[in-house]
Design a binder for this molecule. Sequence first.
Ligand code: SAH
Length: 253
Amino acid sequence: MDERTLFGLLVDLHREGTRQGPGSDEETVRALELARLDEAAEIQVADIGCGTGAPTLTLARNLPRARIAALDLFPEFLHVLAERARAAGFSRRIGAVAGSMGSLPFPIGSLDLLWSEGAIYNLGFSRGVETWRPFLRPGGVLAVSEITWLRPDPPDEIRRYWNAEYPEIATAPEKIGILERAGYDLLGYRVLPSSNWLENYYEPTEQLIPAFLERHAGRPEALRVVEMQRHEADLYVRYAAWFSYGFYVARRR
Ligand code: SAH
């Protein structure tokens, strides 16, 4: 299947989801605590790969004076985000930005906080933390969640899957080393619990599948997308002890 068809179907499947990847309001708040920001300050925040904005809204609730630029490649997600922001009364503080995480449209040194949940893999962790760094002011904070091995010796099946899907998967000490070499000091690290994968992501996504298949009746590509989604969920259920998202919070030197 060509990339355009795949992305179109993925956006259509996930558009109605509360979130487009594993996570939770609780873990967003905990990561924010690790960032040790002055909550009363008028800070500039960017949420990169924001999807329909689950983390964006949590940030807006917990940083009452922040201005947040919510950036995603897909306008369909941003339309949902803008509506959610309006309904929550945050229209003036959350701005939706259609763009690519590989070429951020912000002034250099302008961000106090650069947030990204379940999205940096699209650029790759090393490349992401390097190319995003100049957009933070010195002392500004980066908070990203990233696929991480919880133990160094995963079984063959899951090792092969991730090495094909995302060869940059590594253990937390390796990821932290990359951050330190790229010019950040670690403020904290947390592992997302399995409820953030199952109850908050795979189970709600499964609920969206029947209507998705109806919208795309007779299209083998849609069946393939469902197969991929279910395969990923099944691997998670069987190998949850071996990998998760690690949440890395680090300060730009
Ligand atoms: N942060 C959200 C969404 C995570 S899913 C959440 O936690 O719910 C990953 C997001 O990255 C998707 O919304 C996808 O559209 C976006 N994305 C993928 N490639 C991108 C790119 N090159 N630039 C910007 N966003 C991208």
